[in-house]
Ligand binder design. Structure first.
Ligand code: FE2
Ligand code: FE2
Length: 233
């Protein structure tokens, strides 16, 4: 039965039940992952979008065929998808963005002073994300799988519980940095006269933001509840 979407429905619930809503939420700047546990009416008001428009568009989307329903996936399948699609993409994006940002700073830094702050904030976020991916791949995901198969030991259980809290607070920080980067870069609109590398850098940051939102949404709203349910009370 389709979700009954009300002004009080949480954006994370809508994102889970209606995967095609993610593109709209991105376009409207409505948070559904890091700050997704809030009613639609509050999220729409904060994003400056009319609630009636949002409700009409979501209702229209509910009439259309949906993407893969990840709420029906098991833990292993979800972990494989996150690794294969999102961790792989994130590493590739960071690898190509680092030299692009450095090059754009050298060529355009004098006429766009904000590029220095953007470069510093992006670089510290990239370092943080790289550590974060390793913690998930080496502690959280294998620990979750061991819990699911009943083969976890006490050390693994406490490491999973600690890592869950740590990665969720890191997700919030990444969400804050992504907003900051978008603001610094004027919503990733290329300035007049921006060269191809400048445009590619802005598009790359935009793509990374969208993918991180989907990635964090799957972890916070689907994977982590599955793992938490396996932890001893
Ligand atoms: Fe991840
Ligand atoms: Fe994560």
């Amino acid at each position: 039965m389709p979700l009954s979407i009300q002004p009080s429905t949480l954006t994370s619930e809508i994102a889970l039940a209606l995967p095609s809503s993610l593109g709209l939420f991105e376009a409207w700047g409505i948070d559904y992952c890091c700050g997704g546990n809030r009613p639609l009416e509050d999220a729409a008001a904060q994003a400056g979008v009319a609630l009636t428009d949002v409700l009409v568009e979501l209702s229209r989307l509910q009439q259309q065929p949906q993407d893969r329903d990840w709420t029906q996936a098991g833990l292993q399948e979800l972990v494989d998808h996150i690794l294969d699609k999102h961790h792989r993409f994130t590493r590739q994006a960071i690898q190509s963005l680092r030299p692009a940002i450095a090059k754009v700073q050298i060529v355009h830094g004098a006429s766009h002073a904000w590029l220095t702050e953007l470069g510093d904030a992006a670089e510290s976020m990239f370092d943080e994300i790289e550590r974060h991916l390793v913690d998930e791949e080496e502690v959280l995901f294998p620990g979750g799988m061991a819990l699911a198969s009943g083969t976890s030991n006490a050390d693994q259980v406490s490491a999973v519980a600690e890592t869950l809290l740590a990665v969720e607070s890191e997700h919030l920080l990444v969400g804050d940095t992504l907003r900051h980067l978008r603001t610094l870069a004027d919503g990733y609109r290329p300035p007049p006269g921006a060269c191809t590398t400048f445009r590619a850098m802005l598009a790359g940051l935009d793509d990374l933001e969208k993918d991180l939102h989907r990635h964090i949404h799957l972890e916070n709203n689907l994977l982590h509840p599955l793992v938490r349910a396996l932890l001893p009370a």
